[in-house]
Design a protein around this ligand. Structure first.
Ligand SMILES: Cc1cc2nc3c(=O)[nH]c(=O)nc-3n(C[C@H](O)[C@H](O)[C@H](O)COP(=O)(O)O)c2cc1C
Length: 213
């Protein structure tokens, strides 16, 4: 997807989280017994790819901070696109009896935090993850009332100031509409391959974000 301008892109929230007194913050959370159940949604076919590297480092940090972290590989699941039949009426069972309805929906409900780990595809969320979001439809009201916490972990080949614009705009819009609380972002520009990603600052940023929760 072309060469970059050499502009590193990293979400402000990550920097502010890194600036937190992480140890005392997580320790006091642990003492208050408010550890979270975190579900990392992996959305790349590259199981050892760049977004997986950030997801795994985030998970390592979050576990060290005392949280319970699970991951779900949506590429290995049978998740079909919403057909718009509207039988659910935005608050009922979905007619599609696939892995979303029978497995992932329940997991989403029982976790406090959702982590969207993704490669950027044509300046946007990959289609497979967008399908997951579209399937929120059958429990939109219930999910909105749950006030989930969310994190965005995104990677892209380019390292330009615009490469994450649409990805972030969509994330912010979904947070607003679904009443999700944005707890941080790592935007790995110049993370076009696992070796590029491992050589970058972003695995550490993802670890620190998880550790800061
Ligand atoms: C279909 C497709 C579309 C892509 N679109 C973009 C893009 O718009 N901008 C970009 O910088 N990289 C783009 N890439 C590159 C990937 O985002 C990048 O290689 C990323 O590291 C892949 O992450 P993964 O290893 O987790 O799969 C695209 C890759 C594919 C396969």
């Amino acid at each position: 997807m072309g060469g970059g301008l050499g502009v590193a892109v990293l979400g402000e929230t990550v920097f502010s989280c890194c600036g937190f007194r992480r140890d005392s913050f997580s320790c006091s959370r642990r003492q208050r017994g408010v550890n979270m159940k975190i579900l990392v949604l992996k959305s790349s076919g590259n199981t050892k790819g760049s977004s997986a590297i950030l997801a795994d480092e985030f998970s390592r940090g979050a576990r060290e901070a005392g949280h319970e972290v699970s991951s779900y590989d949506i590429m290995k699941a049978d998740i079909r696109p919403c057909t718009g039949c509207n039988v659910c009426g935005m608050s009922g069972p979905c007619v599609l009896k696939d892995d979303y309805e029978q497995e992932l929906k329940g997991l989403i409900k029982e976790h406090d935090m959702l982590v969207f780990a993704m490669p950027v595809y044509y300046y946007n969320w990959p289609a497979q993850l967008k399908v997951v979001v579209d399937r929120f439809y059958s429990f939109t009201y219930e999910l909105t009332n749950m006030r989930k916490k969310v994190v965005l972990l995104a990677v892209a080949w380019d390292n330009t100031s615009s490469v994450f614009s649409v990805t972030q705009a969509y994330y912010e819009t979904i947070c607003d509409y679904m009443h999700f609380e944005d707890r941080g972002r790592v935007l790995g520009g110049g993370c076009g391959s696992p070796s590029m990603t491992r050589a970058s600052q972003y695995p550490e940023a993802a670890y620190q974000l998880g550790r800061s929760l």
